[in-house]
Design a protein around this ligand. Structure first.
Ligand code: NI
Length: 390
């Protein structure tokens, strides 16, 4: 009887979370524009009886549950922004906002943290839990804005998980140490001088300079970084020229450097700077290099990772806890929190069939069966941390 009642409660929570996930999936919003998403989250927090919500960092939101008078507080974080991608999943709840899509699972993270909120409300907690709904993870600085606004003041630790379709549902990865890379986006502007396609000697060709530069930059990973330290440099955007018979005077490239070791990072960034300068001399152009939004690495501290694993063991059993192995070269702005306080970021397996696209693709989707597992872990890790800190 008890079991049947419990199952009904679990089924209801699952349905509630699926509805939330699908609503958010259908109505994605870009970084710092998560206005309706935040309003929807507020209404769902009200539904489970969590008042006293604070709006901060633009569209961000924090709320607390548990023993509110307690000075011991643990944080749980979900990100809530979509990406500038046109959805092609064909799902009945596909995005209705043209050119915007939840293609990284942040819709699921919101549903999980709300599910956790509902579970935490039913628990007798030996402390307080702060729920952080963070904007603009995809911009790489929503977490920094949350910190500036005071979102982690008084927190003893912070935990989060990310949906990951590389792993089957029912499996989590928990690791201590580095799990996401240093990410250093860069912008390079080259200024030559335009001219007639047939008279190159009267101009400085910015396209030739860019072509040389992109090729040279790829030697950084191959020749300047210790091969035992993972690093990658990607040029993701090139813009130059207007038409076939005009030599381009200007060019613009954007890219990112990823690395998993501080020494490799320093070598990559100093090497990039040197090559950009050298290339300018080589091609006789002026160059301007900018690093607009450096992101630190996510480094899970050992004691927080142990609590994360303890909580995972109660949700998915110890045998289903995996290691992700070497750090991902992806960036994750959860890193900013971990620069300030202890914490741990884990991954929730949520694999679907082979036809599903990867994260950040127009056909990305994940297994919704992960939602109750994620919610249970969020609630459990908070409880476990508070109990261990008594
Ligand atoms: Ni993400």
């Amino acid at each position: 009887m008890q079991n049947r009642q419990q199952r009904e409660v679990d089924d209801k929570l699952f349905e509630w979370m699926c509805e939330i996930r699908r609503h958010i999936h259908q109505n994605p919003e870009l970084s710092y524009l998560e206005v309706d998403t935040a309003a929807y989250i507020r209404s769902k927090l009200n539904e489970v009886g969590i008042q006293g919500q604070t709006r901060l960092a633009g569209t961000g939101l924090i709320a607390e549950t548990g023993r509110l008078e307690s000075s011991l507080t643990v944080g749980l974080r979900a990100d809530m922004d979509g990406l500038p991608i046109t959805e092609e999943t064909g799902l009945p709840y596909a995005s209705v906002n043209p050119g915007i899509m939840h293609a990284c699972g942040h819709d699921g993270h919101v549903a999980m943290l709300l599910g956790a909120a509902a579970l935490l409300q039913q628990m007798d907690l030996p402390g307080k839990v702060r729920l952080l709904f963070q904007p603009a993870e995809e911009k790489g600085n929503g977490a920094a804005k949350m910190i500036e606004a005071g979102a982690i003041e008084g927190l003893a630790a912070i935990f989060a998980g990310h949906i990951d379709t590389h792993y089957p549902t029912g499996y989590f990865t928990v690791d201590e140490g580095i799990v996401c890379a240093y990410a250093d986006p860069f912008i390079i502007k080259l200024k030559g001088s335009g001219g007639h396609a047939a008279r190159p000697h009267e101009s400085k060709d910015a396209i030739l300079a860019v072509a040389g530069l992109i090729t040279s930059l790829q030697s950084l990973v191959a020749r300047e970084v210790d091969p035992n330290h993972a690093a990658v440099l990607t040029v993701g955007r090139v813009e130059a020229g207007d038409t076939h018979n005009v030599i381009a005077g200007d060019a613009h490239i954007e890219g990112t450097v990823r690395s998993t070791h501080p020494v490799a990072r320093a070598r990559m960034l100093s090497g990039l700077t040197r090559i950009v300068k050298g290339n300018a001399v080589l091609y006789g152009v002026k160059t301007d290099l900018e690093f607009p939004a450096a992101l630190p690495a996510v480094i899970n501290n050992a004691s927080a990772a142990a609590v994360a694993a303890e909580a995972a063991a109660t949700v998915i059993t110890e045998g289903n806890i995996l290691s992700q192995g070497p750090s991902s070269l992806g960036g994750e702005d959860f890193a900013f929190y971990l620069e300030k306080i202890n914490g741990c970021l884990i991954r929730f397996g949520a694999q679907l069939s082979d036809e599903t696209g990867s994260a950040h693709s127009s056909t990305f989707n994940f297994d919704e069966a992960v939602l109750p597992l994620g919610a249970a872990w969020y609630a459990q890790v908070a409880l476990q941390f508070l109990q261990n800190s008594q």
